[in-house]
Design a protein around this ligand. Structure first.
Ligand code: SAM
Length: 225
C-alpha cells in the first residue's frame, strides 16, 4: 500500500473533500457513466472510488449486479460505506489499484474518475484492471490533469503527493500495452457556468479556469478482447 497516498487522501476525506470532489467531478463523471450503458446484471469496479458517489450512480444501473469501489484511503472507504447503506449491491474495499484483491475476470465493467495519475505505476494498475475484467468488458476512465490541458499543470506543484503527467496518446498506448483493444479517447465538457468572479484556489486566475474548462476532461475508453 502506498502510505503517502493513503495519508494524504485520508486528510482529504476528513476535510470534507469527498463531497467537494463529487460536486466538481460529477457533471463530467455522469456523462462518462452514461456512455458506458451499464446493463442491469453488470459487475462493476470503481477504481479510486473516493466517497463512492460514482459507485452508487453505477449501482443504480447495475440493479441486479454488483458494484465494488476500491480506494487506497481507508477514510475515503469509511465515508463511502457510510453513505452507501441503502445500496445492497454496493461494497467497498481498501486496496491499491496496482494490486487488486480480486480473481481474474470478475468484472464486466470498470470505471475510474480522476485517479489514474496518482498511481506510482499506472501500467501495473492498468494490467491489474485488465486482469480482473471479463472478455468483452469495458473500461472507462476520466482524468482532468493531462498533458494537453495546460492549466491543470498548476496542480502538480500544489499537490502534496507526486502525480504523473501523461498525454492522451500515452494513456492510450499504456492501455493497449496492458492488453486492451479498441482504445479511444475523447473530451467531455462540464456545462456548469464559470463564476464571473473567481475566488477559488484551484487555479491562479479565472482565465486559467476558463481555459481548463474549454480544454475539457480526457475520457479514455478501452475494451477487453
Ligand atoms: C481525486 S480523488 C477522486 C475520487 C473519486 N473518484 C471522485 O471522483 O470523487 C482520487 C482518489 O484516488 C485514490 N487513489 C489514489 N491512488 C490510488 C491507488 N494507487 N490505488 C487506489 N486508489 C488510489 C485516492 O485515495 C482518492 O480517493
Amino acid at each position: 500500500m502506498n502510505e503517502p497516498l493513503r495519508l494524504e487522501f485520508n486528510e482529504w476525506a476528513l476535510a470534507g473533500k469527498g463531497a467537494s470532489m463529487e460536486r466538481g467531478h460529477r457533471p463530467v463523471g455522469e456523462q462518462a457513466i452514461e456512455r458506458m450503458q451499464i446493463p442491469t446484471q453488470a459487475t462493476v469496479l470503481d477504481v479510486g472510488c473516493g466517497s463512492g458517489w460514482a459507485t452508487r450512480l453505477m449501482a443504480r444501473c447495475a440493479r441486479d449486479g454488483r458494484v465494488v469501489g476500491i480506494d487506497v484511503s481507508d477514510e475515503m472507504v469509511r465515508l463511502a460505506r457510510d453513505e452507501s447503506a441503502d445500496y445492497p449491491n454496493v461494497e467497498f474495499q481498501v486496496a491499491s489499484a496496482e494490486q487488486l484483491p480480486f480473481d481474474d475476470r470478475e468484472f464486466s465493467h470498470a470505471f475510474s474518475m480522476e485517479s489514474l495519475y496518482y498511481y506510482s505505476d499506472i501500467a501495473r494498475a492498468l494490467g491489474e484492471i485488465r486482469r480482473v475484467m471479463k472478455a468483452g468488458g469495458l473500461f472507462v476512465a476520466v482524468v482532468d490533469l493531462y498533458q494537453e490541458n495546460e492549466p491543470s499543470h498548476q496542480w502538480i506543484d500544489s499537490l502534496k503527493v507526486p502525480v504523473q503527467l501523461l498525454s492522451a496518446v500515452e494513456y492510450c498506448s499504456l492501455l493497449e500495452r496492458s492488453g486492451f483493444m479498441n482504445v479511444r479517447h475523447e473530451r467531455l465538457f462540464d456545462p456548469t457556468p464559470v463564476p464571473e468572479v473567481y475566488t477559488g484556489t484551484t487555479f491562479k486566475t479565472r482565465d486559467d479556469f476558463v481555459l481548463y474548462r474549454q480544454n475539457g476532461s480526457l475520457m479514455l475508453r478501452a475494451e477487453v478482447p
